[in-house]
Design a binder for this molecule. Sequence first.
Ligand code: XBP
Ligand code: MG
Length: 257
Amino acid sequence: MTPPPDLRALIVDVDGTLAETERDGHRVAFNRAFASLGLDWEWDVLAYGHWLRVPGGRERLRAYIDARADAPAGHAARDELARALHQCKNVEYAALVETGAIAARPGVLRLLDECAEEGLQVAVATTTGRSNIDALFPRLFGANWEARFAALVCAEDAPRKKPDPLAYQLALAGLGVDSAQALAIEDSPAGLAAARAADVRCLVTRSMYFAEAGFPGAVAVIDDLDAPPSWPGADGVRVGLGALRALHRSARQACPA
Ligand code: XBP
Ligand code: MG
């Protein structure tokens, strides 16, 4: 039997995975955008969890506008309102992030440092817009954040949002690795589905909004990267590269295709 390929790259999601950006970041910024445009609409914590099932901020707004009785009539007016709200939301989000309101999730910095030390490539595959990355990553990873990532795929690169595999396919191409040589880290069912559709095995670190979700098809599901790895062959009390290599190896052995 051919041995499974070595792990050559990690592909990580952003929102919910590298940081809990949704409840105290994007949600608050969407509400500020509603107010700025004179709308008395509001997404409370629970309601946002419902609308978050629509991947992509602009698409989320568009779906919400369609569901509101007091929304403007006609596709063009609704598209324009979604565009204006989304643009305003991104400005508000950047301002919020600038205050230091959003931190990296447990274990994220440690794992990225380990990847840098060991020369393992890391790519980002996200449905969020580039401006959100440019606001968030310097706060999370410092001014030299770009050096940490061998490829960066966001909404502008992959207009077909997760669960479509496009973001993952572009990340693999940017990294120059085969899907069998990569491991994804995601927090949502749509993210997991996108990775799986690109034939990338996926570890799920549960986030606030998807704490109760089912993740069939994930190679493992844990609370965060500082939780003890629950799979055979993992060394250490937290998720490090040794544990991820063991997970990747066993997942590829158990289900090679
Ligand atoms: C993240 C999203 C994004 C963010 C908001 O999904 O769905 O829409 O909520 O960002 P994932 P934008 O973590 O699966 O990539 O407003 O830029 O879309
Ligand atoms: Mg996510």
